[in-house]
Design a protein around this ligand. Structure first.
Ligand code: 4PL
Length: 246
């Protein structure tokens, strides 16, 4: 008996990094996963690696029409939606002196507008079924006030507070909405950015020493996405080796 047998899950940002690891675990525990990402090539590889009934859908989470196509595809293929994991995000490294309004808007669009659009579409499917699990990936940077990404921190802070509010709005429909707040995590995206040089700094602040990987984030996400987490909603769980305590 697997935790997600017979269920359908959407994972955004699933082409790589934390999103990919979550998609793989949900599928290994029985879910049919809609592997969603703007990286159309990446999702094909992930979906074929996962195999089974999981499938790829190229998705721009910040475009209402694209989000609608994703949700229509999920309903046409599986007729249900049990789990939504919002892992899609831009992770910028832009010092304050270089931060333009254009760059601010680029990050807000994907990291916050995208959460709204995905939760809007998913909750509209979940509510009539009186079941749903939504897990939004925020970041521990919202508690730390991490520099070089003020717009990202602002958007992720919005993800946290939106999570609390949406939990209250749709709790009556037996849908839970929670946030997981990873610390700096060793992903392809981080390795491509100046964040890769920050691992020693966060290690100094962690209660448990070491470098966080996607596999370290997955268990908390899958627990909150599971049926037995039904008494937990509107919460934010830091998964960062104890770097922050909120
Ligand atoms: C502590 O979410 O939480 C760097 C890059 N450092 O994206 C993050 C910390 C980064 C973070 C994050």
């Amino acid at each position: 008996m697997n935790r997600f047998d017979g269920q359908t899950a959407i994972v955004s940002g699933a082409a790589r990094g934390i999103g990919r690891a979550i998609a793989e675990r949900l599928a290994s525990e029985g879910a049919t996963v809609a592997v969603a990402d703007i990286d159309a090539n990446g999702i094909e590889g992930v979906a074929s690696d996962i195999g089974g009934s999981s499938f790829a859908v190229a998705t721009d989470v910040a475009e209402p029409d694209s989000v609608a196509v994703l949700h229509n595809e999920v309903i046409n293929r599986t007729g249900r939606l049990d789990v939504l994991v919002n892992a899609a995000a831009i992770v910028p490294f832009v010092p304050w002196d270089d931060l333009t309004f254009k760059e601010w808007r680029r990050v807000m669009r994907v990291n916050l507008d995208g959460i709204y659009l995905m939760c809007r579409a998913a909750s509209d499917i979940m509510r009539p079924k009186q079941y749903g699990r939504i897990v939004n990936i925020a970041s521990n940077s919202i508690f730390a006030g991490t520099p070089n990404m003020a717009h990202y921190v602002a958007a992720k802070g919005g993800v946290l507070t939106f999570t609390r509010s949406l939990a209250t709005e749709i709790g009556g429909d037996k849908i839970t909405v929670n946030a997981v707040c990873p610390g700096l995590t060793d992903t392809e995206g981080v390795q491509e950015s100046p964040h890769k040089d920050m691992f020693n700094f966060v290690d100094m602040l962690q209660a448990i020493k070491g470098t966080g990987t996607p596999a370290d984030i997955v268990p908390a996400v899958c627990f909150l996405a599971s049926g037995e987490a039904h008494w937990i909603t509107g919460q934010a769980l830091a998964v960062d080796a104890g770097m922050i305590r909120h």
